[in-house]
Design a protein around this ligand. Structure first.
Ligand SMILES: Cc1cc2nc3c(=O)[nH]c(=O)nc-3n(C[C@H](O)[C@H](O)[C@H](O)COP(=O)(O)OP(=O)(O)OC[C@H]3O[C@@H](n4cnc5c(N)ncnc54)[C@H](O)[C@@H]3O)c2cc1C
Length: 395
């Protein structure tokens, strides 16, 4: 007989990955409990996508994810596709739209996604125990989870506690600690999708630029993104900077093309040679770049003068610098602003098909706690759904 506090599956973390796992495990007839220390269900979903939840990306592919093993995510992603999640969203009559680049957002509110997942959990028979602090986990014949709501016993344990980003809404390193407790390795974790802080010198240099936004191609560690950078009071934000922060490591430079797909050299040469043009370079660049930035840039490259005072070589150098502006951030912004945590439970420790730990039967890790991190644009939720689904088939 299965007692009140005995479950087939206990899932720690009632976020996207945990709920998706619960829906499919309970749908197979497993008795499932979701345990979460938060009072509210799915808080990260609620704040995601500016309150509208960018719930998937129609172009999600393994190359959109960073992991020590780039092949690990392939199996789960192929078995639960963006189309599968879109069908669920349609079934619940949630209206959505593509904002750009395959990114799908709710028309109304992220709350609809949380309600949808909770309804699906309820329908499948999964239970929630919120406001539940986890004190300890041990494994004997089954897992025993000691909590502020009493002890729970389960045959399988799924860890879906997410990463370290946004500790102010309850993110913890619980999943990593539990993995270590069971002898599993963790790949180095770092805040990601958070943008950059300037060095002290650059902070002084760019202090007049907050609010300036530029369409760029940003390159970092072989990854390349065509999106806007935005100067802030502390560094660089905007979608291009957030994307680059996923690939950046301390000490590295960002290469920024400030005038992508534009032949600056030919353009400037033509202006210079037309009627011995005496226009100030900053005003000419100000036609293609935000004026405040153009002014700063000519100072930086020491070319604050009329264009007819530049020779051919200087124009070539200037074009090169505009297409290849190099900047060394002091760091990324940090966990308080980061959308995700890069790194996590080492994928070598897990089955890519089921998410079960190879060394510990019945122990699963899903979602952001695993060393699989997506780019900005709905990829991280797609990983949460796909990895939760994968574990839900067998846990
Ligand atoms: C501001 C912001 C906006 C974002 N927008 C998007 C977006 O639009 N699209 C996208 O794809 N991704 C977005 N992300 C990333 C996305 O939210 C996460 O990758 C995703 O929520 C991870 O799902 P998860 O279920 O693995 O973890 P989480 O959603 O973080 O869920 C983990 C759960 O575990 C619980 N928990 C943690 N520690 C403990 C503990 N010690 N004991 C008990 N419970 C615990 C937490 O309370 C939480 O409910 C955004 C992230 C942020 C911070």
């Amino acid at each position: 007989m299965v007692l009140e506090r005995e479950f087939d599956v206990a899932i720690i973390g009632a976020g996207g990955a945990g709920m998706m796992c619960a829906i499919h495990a309970a749908g197979r007839g497993r008795k499932v409990i979701l345990l979460d220390h938060s009072v509210k269900i799915g808080r990260k979903i609620l704040i995601s996508g500016g309150g509208r939840c960018n719930f998937t990306n129609t172009g999600a592919k393994p190359e959109s994810f960073v992991s020590q093993n780039p092949h690990f995510c392939k199996s789960a992603l192929s078995r639960y596709s963006p189309e599968d999640f879109i069908s669920l969203v349609r079934k619940h009559r949630i209206d959505f739209h593509e904002k750009k680049l395959g990114q799908l957002f709710c028309n109304d509110s992220a709350e609809q996604i949380v309600d949808m997942l909770v309804d699906e959990c309820d329908e499948a028979g999964a239970r929630f125990q919120m406001d539940c602090k986890i004190f300890a986990v041990e494994k004997k014949d089954s897992f025993i989870i000691s909590t502020s709501a009493g002890d729970f016993r389960s045959e399988s344990l799924v860890v879906a506690t997410g990463g370290l980003s946004i500790p102010q809404i309850g993110a913890t390193g619980f999943g990593y600690d539990l993995a270590r407790q069971f002898g599993l390795k963790i790949t180095e974790t770092a805040p990601a999708l958070d943008g950059f802080n300037f060095s002290r010198a650059d902070l002084e240099q760019f202090k007049d630029l907050p609010g300036v936004s530029i369409d760029t191609i940003i390159n970092c560690n072989k990854a390349s993104f065509r999106e806007n950078i935005l100067f802030t009071h502390t560094g660089l934000s905007g979608p291009a900077s957030l994307q680059a922060s996923l690939y950046w490591h301390k000490g590295e430079a960002l290469q920024i093309d400030l005038l992508p797909q534009f032949d600056v050299e030919t353009w400037l040469t033509r202006i210079r040679t037309s009627h011995n043009n005496k226009s100030e370079l900053k005003n000419i660049l100000g036609e293609k770049l935000p004026k405040r930035f153009a002014e700063k840039f000519v100072q930086l490259v020491n070319m604050n003068r009329p264009i007819n005072q530049l020779n051919e070589k200087q124009i070539g150098d200037l074009a090169q610098q505009l297409h290849n502006w190099s900047i060394h951030p002091a760091g990324t912004v940090g966990y308080r602003k980061a959308e995700v945590t890069r790194g996590g439970v080492d994928t070598n420790e897990l089955s890519s098909k089921t998410m079960e730990a190879k060394k510990v039967a019945g122990l699963y890790f899903v979602g952001e706690v695993v060393d699989v991190t997506g780019q900005l644009g709905g990829y991280n939720f797609q990983w949460a759904w796909a990895s939760g689904f994968a574990a839900g088939q067998t846990c």
